[in-house]
Design a protein around this ligand. Structure first.
Ligand code: GCV
Length: 690
């Protein structure tokens, strides 16, 4: 009897003590604020005895609330909020007369009224908010918090998330559930999750959010939807976030009753002006419009023989009096061009200097479409009289959806630090930007991003948009510490996994500069054999051009000459084998720097990619027991999926390319598990999000 009572008591103890206070489903993102280990907590506790925020606006209240939430959690006791400093260890946030920039801040250890304090200063409340998150980050990652003398400000004015969310709640290329925005219950019900979303964005410096898909429905601009948008804007405003909308260029026809959307037609101009005035009537700080025009069947000014600049400037005129802007996308391609990679440059570069000053031309990071590795887009640096933004894709449309672990910080770092050699000799992509926009990977999934590790990509995007010179490795470490804890064993295991993960995906999907080999439309899995689609540039064979003689797309002067769209100095960066087949058609037997032939190197890299995933699985398994079971199990399961799918990619691609090259497999390389016909016959009618 006594034994069973003891067992019951032990069970209750285990349940109450060992069970985590929160379901470990990843909902808390990197803002977990779990207590610091008791042995170091006292060091930090002395520097956070009270919170004094000396400004009364809504953004300052957000900063105060976050400091209270964060510090109380980290220090495992309620930290009081006061109105003046009356003890050592106060955390103070106050506006300063010094010019710290629109969103910049300082954090200094200093004396106030004879007491030691940590003071966040900023020129406005946005800076205070960012300073509060920066200070919390120091606590979370266990950095020193004494003798602080920090000064920071964002390098880019606009740091946006673009949601490809449809009004029916689906998300184009979204692998994390349904849209976060519940259009049916807005504006009456403001889901608390909207605030948590805004907090997360603010914590990484995101200051603009496009709510709806660039493949836009004009309905978003109708009065009932604008009231819903206004409700979201109200939730986001205290977190220093403005809302923007994707505008369908044909809206004057679709919802305005006009017969044309010609940007030079006065009635069209007047319609947009009235519409914009209406929007500002309900959302006084509305950010502006994002537009996908004459791209993948979307309407645009070219339908009326007008240019992109004509279209963008017409909208910009309507927005200018209110301080709004136009983000005009340069993602255009068609069968008319001999090389899809060239078209955006050909269409947009001649328009340099023709765009109004409240227009930003938003350019995808690479010239095709968010492939696992692309050279940087040649428009960066080539339009010095135009404001440019870089569009990055956080959602992993081409890098394994939500189940493959691929840290994208390294990919974006590669692009941002690439040298454009123009307008200045030493210019890099990062130097040519006014804005960065990330295609969001958020949705209704409890983990927000559909996987624990995809949260890192949301995080890294924001941190790189704040500082495009930041190191992807430092960001990964920061995220790991905040998300998985500061245990050196955990950090030292996760960091190398993340840092190698994107190259692994490149290797098992599209090594050596290959691109666009995925299944048509849904983009799930390999299909390099597809050649029968209506438009040539929809077919994978268009991109790899493999035949008995060799493989690759000749973009040199002997081929499409897309290479000439780069400054001569920049071309040198593309001589590594990582870009080999992007720019060159090469014989299968040509020897590469590695000493291997093209064929052998191709197989070798496919094998390397699969091996890397297996290594990640082992590294993760070694963390069993060192991180919570719930998230551990999810990551393990996803790595198993990734392992299977990496092998599928490798086997299917090798089977296909071998059928073309007619070369034997290099010794030591396993034959594909199935014949090519097996892979070709696979169908995925229910693949997500297309
Ligand atoms: C929103 C790719 C994607 C499309 C996307 C398009 C774009 O083609 O597959 O889903 O459409 O890019 O960026 O406009």
């Amino acid at each position: 009897m006594r034994d069973s009572i003891r067992a019951i008591v032990a069970a209750i103890f285990t349940l109450t003590v060992a069970a985590p206070a929160h379901a470990e489903d990843g909902y808390r993102l990197w803002l977990r604020y779990d207590p610091l280990p008791a042995q170091i907590r006292h060091r930090y506790a002395a520097a956070a005895t009270e919170i004094v925020v000396q400004s009364n606006g809504a953004i300052a209240r957000s900063a105060e609330g976050e400091l209270r939430r964060g510090l109380s959690g980290l220090l495992a006791r309620q930290i009081p909020v006061g109105s003046s400093v009356d003890r050592d260890g106060a955390i103070v946030a106050e506006l300063s007369k010094a010019s710290l920039g629109d969103e910049g801040f300082t954090i200094r250890t200093t004396q106030i009224a004879g007491h030691e304090a940590t003071v966040i200063n900023a020129s406005n409340e946005r800076g205070l908010l960012y300073g509060a998150f920066a200070l919390l980050r120091r606590f979370q990652t266990q950095q020193p918090i004494d003798h602080l003398n920090v000064r920071d400000r964002p390098k880019l004015a606009l740091r946006m998330l673009d949601h490809w969310d449809n009004l029916n709640g689906s998300v184009e290329r979204g692998y994390a559930g349904r849209s976060l925005w519940d259009w049916r219950t807005l504006p009456d019900w403001e889901d608390p999750r909207y605030t948590d979303y805004a907090r997360a964005d603010a914590s990484i410096g995101v200051n603009g959010v496009v709510l709806n898909n660039v493949n836009a429905q004009a309905d978003i601009l109708t009065e009932p939807y604008l009231r819903k948008v206004a409700a979201l804007a109200d939730v986001f405003r205290p977190w220093a976030i403005r809302v923007y909308l994707s505008a369908r260029f044909s809206a004057p026809i679709d919802i305005g009753g006009l017969k044309t959307a010609d940007p030079l037609d006065p009635a069209v101009h007047a319609w947009w002006k009235a519409k914009v005035d209406e929007i500002y009537g309900v959302i006084p700080d509305f950010g502006g419009f994002l537009v996908k025009a004459n791209s993948e069947g979307e309407p645009g000014p070219q339908d009326y023989h007008r240019t992109h600049a004509d279209g963008a400037n017409m909208l910009a005129d309507a927005l200018r009096p209110h301080g709004g802007i136009v983000l005009w996308r340069a993602f255009v391609y068609s069968s008319a061009s001999d090389d899809r990679a060239k078209q955006a440059f050909d269409e947009f570069q001649p328009l340099d200097g023709k765009f109004a000053n409240n227009v930003i031309v938003q350019i995808k990071s690479g010239p095709i479409d968010f492939q696992p590795r692309e050279p940087f887009h040649p428009l960066f640096g080539a339009m010095p009289k135009t404001k440019l933004g870089m569009e990055a894709q956080i959602t992993k449309e081409y890098l394994g959806f939500n189940t493959h672990l691929a840290y994208l910080g390294t990919m974006w770092e590669e692009v941002l630090s690439a040298r454009t050699f123009r307008p200045q000799e030493d210019s890099r992509v990062a130097d040519t930007l006014t804005a960065m926009a990330g295609v969001a990977n958020t949705g209704s999934s409890r983990s927000w991003s559909g996987s624990q590790f995809d949260q890192a990509n949301w995080y890294a995007f924001g941190r790189l948009a704040w500082d495009p010179d930041a190191s992807a490795k430092a960001i990964a470490e920061e995220w790991t510490r905040m998300t998985w804890g500061n245990d050196p064993r955990v950090v030292n295991a996760i960091l190398p996994m993340m840092m190698k993960s994107r190259q692994a995906v490149v290797d098992y999907m599209t090594p050596l500069g290959l691109a666009h080999l995925m299944g048509t439309d849904h983009h799930y899995g390999p299909a390099p054999w597809v050649s029968d689609l209506k438009r040539p540039e929809w077919n994978p064979v268009y991109y790899h051009r493999a035949d008995l003689g060799g493989i690759g797309f000749d973009r040199t002067a002997a081929g499409s000459n897309a290479l000439s769209q780069y400054a001569p100095g920049a071309m040198r960066q593309f001589t590594t084998d990582d870009y080999l087949l992007w720019f060159n058609y090469v014989p299968w037997d040509q020897k590469l720097k590695s000493g291997r032939s093209v064929w052998t190197e191709l197989v070798w890299r496919y094998d390397r990619g699969v091996d890397e995933v297996r290594a990640m699985q082992r590294q993760w398994e070694a963390l069993r027991g060192s991180v919570d079971d719930q998230r551990f199990d999810e990551v393990s399961a996803y790595l198993a999926i990734q392992g299977r799918e990496a092998k599928w990619w490798r086997d299917a691609c090798i089977a296909y390319f071998q059928s073309i090259s007619k070369h034997p497999l290099p010794s030591g390389s396993a034959p594909p598990e199935h014949p090519l016909s097996y892979y070709e016959a696979l169908r995925f009618p229910n693949a997500p999000a297309h």
